[in-house]
Design a protein around this ligand. Sequence first.
Ligand code: ADP
Ligand code: MG
Length: 618
Amino acid sequence: MPIRRLPPEAVNRIAAGEVIERPAAAVKELVENALDAGARRIRIAIERGGVGSLTIEDDGGGIPVEELPLAVERHATSKLVAADDGAVDLLNIFTMGFRGEALPSIGAVARLTITSRARGRDEAWRIDVEGGVVAEPRPAPFGGIGSGTVVQVRDLFFATPARLKFLKSERAEAMAITDAIKRLAMARADVAFILENDGRTVLRLPAEDDPENEGRRRRLAAVLGAEFAPNAVPIDATRNGVRLTGFAGLPTMSRGSGEHHHLFVNGRPVRDKLVVGAVRAAYQDLLARDRRPVVALYVDLSPEEVDVNVHPAKTEVRFRDASAVRGLIVGAVSHALAAAGHRASTTVAAQALDAVRAGGWGGGGSGGYAGGYGAGAPVRPSQAALSAWTLAESALAFAEPSSRVETAALASAPEPAGAPVIDPLDFPLGAARAQLHETYIVAQTRDGIVIVDQHAAHERLVYERMKRHLEAGGPPRQALLIPDVVELDPHDCERLAARAPELAELGLVIEPFGVGAILVRETPALLGEVDSRGLLQDLADDIAELGEAHALKERLEEVCASMACRGSVRAGRRLTAPEMNALLRDMERTPFSGQCNHGRPTYVELKLADIERLFGRR
Ligand code: ADP
Ligand code: MG
């Protein structure tokens, strides 16, 4: 067959496959158009999962009648301007759209009607496109005052029956549409969104003022659930012209899957592996491996620093300086979480109260004062407790062999002479009153009670201390009797060799050994016997993918975590009152002490108001 040009309808249908792969993609494009038009209020109504019909109504600037035919023409856009020589600047994009593909693509595969009244015009006009066939614009009635546009899409994919077959259930498509709108609504708290599904209002989000701070917090709570607002810490950091804002959920509010990372780059909702990796690194030692934090992060930077023209759906981006963005995210998020200190999320107390309510009181007999009061005379530690204690000391000895200060966590810290005496009730975690079941410390605060899991808390304290030592002095290394020769891909070898000084700081001493091999001379003593090949391969992969030798730090921290776990005060050890108070004070001082290394809370706080409610006093 000779080579022939495809007719424009076929070209549009082929392109539509990329841009509009399901109803949610059409909704996303149309809502983005409304945002680009400066809308303050956007109403979306869908029927039968969006396949029956989609209506998007906005109060933006509208489209003048003379431009209506162009709006549905392929590669026609009002958002990019060509210079005199025809060059177009794809680096300075300030709008959501720029490809001029959405409307013609939708028109090619559905029945599309656009009705619009342009700003400053009296009449409204409509244009119809059916399966790629464009009709003349004609006058149309238009409700309301002012400018705006109503886009209606019926029988999506009627012109491409194959695509229709691949759609999921109407329910699933409606869910995907809701998610797409939620993402855009999180990006633009200043715009009101209303979504109706088969006549039922499923989302009603008022426009918020202060859309970068409290307004954003309210919008996020409306979209992500009311528990988000009180359990997230604000983030605001700028480095080298890149600004990161948003909120990071406390680790104790974690979820079981990664669908709760919400990322926005210059106001555009995106999915980005780099950012997901950075968030994971920031929470790395705060959550068990299968738990995921809830975060909403907003990266704003000069459009020249990020390429949004990566994919027709524009949901992916490429950063010019990816490792700087990653560093900013890891740094700012972990810093904000550290500043949250011992805070555990309020969801913990709520769960506790629910459990108490659900548990019922009819059990009889099994409760009681089993633990006695721990504040009496010091009790000789049991054999088990003693060995736990020795473990704790030896676990710490690696970092600071000559010092015993570590054990001060549980010894009563001497008060500096002349220091003002603070009433322990005024401390955030209050005054220790009792130890129950040799496991839980019960403390009294000004307005409630705090129950601490002594093992979980101490594990976290030991771990944080080990980490500080790691950071301060670098871990001790152990020289290999016979250096290991590891053969690797030459590119990997180069990458590793380039990072040798940084790796040495972490206790791994390597040097290049001809082409395609690396010599391992010393390894971090903490790791014990090391599978050099496996470790080097992991490190090379990290450096290639993330620009950072992540795996080594991760492994070292993992070892610290398990040593801390073994070395901490077991449940079952009796503590004296000064020991308990010392533990509480230590928790208040230590970052991340609100959760153990697995993301479980180390304490629960019940406010008097909660307790009164339990007893029906309120
Ligand atoms: P793009 O958004 O990439 O420019 P589209 O095909 O989505 O391409 O839209 C084509 C043009 O139609 C836009 O550039 C814009 O000028 C106009 N347009 C589309 N939707 C709207 C709307 N809701 N309000 C005002 N103008 C619109
Ligand atoms: Mg568009």
